[in-house]
Design a protein. Structure first.
Length: 139
């Protein structure tokens, strides 16, 4: 099995609704995302011969996804009152609504699924919320 890995990071805030602890409050992280692609064989075409895939394809896909979240407040659908969303938008804050609780575990699955949709043969995604705390998802 062959593996390649690429990394991106983004800065964003989030909070965990209904959580009994500090993370119920809005706070930010420098999220670090590592994506690993895997395959049993290497490309045979002249351009990519000897490669699992071009690193730039993995890097570009991961960068695009990270940039969609960068410098935003990421919140779970239904976790903020409509008035709150309107007030934040009125102040021109960048908001990103997701359908899941914005935990590192759920972000790992989110990045995995989105990379698959982009045709990347992803094997594993790791998301670091802090330098010492990481969640991973693989199938």
């Amino acid at each position: 099995m062959y593996y390649i890995r690429s990394e991106q990071s983004f800065d964003a805030a989030h909070f965990l609704k209904d959580y009994n602890g500090k993370c119920r409050n809005i706070h930010g992280h420098r999220w670090r995302v590592l994506a690993e692609a895997a395959g049993e064989s290497l490309c045979g075409d002249p351009q990519n011969r000897g490669m699992l895939m071009d690193f730039s394809d993995l890097k570009s896909a991961l960068k695009e996804l990270s940039e969609q979240l960068d410098h935003s407040l990421i919140y779970e659908a239904g976790s903020l009152r409509e008035k709150t969303i309107e007030a934040l938008e009125e102040e021109c804050f960048r908001l990103v609504e997701v359908k899941f609780r914005p935990t590192a575990e759920n972000f790992a699955k989110y990045f995995f699924d989105e990379l698959i949709k982009k045709g990347i043969p992803v094997h594993r995604v790791e998301v670091y919320e802090t330098p010492n705390n990481c969640a991973a998802y693989e199938e």
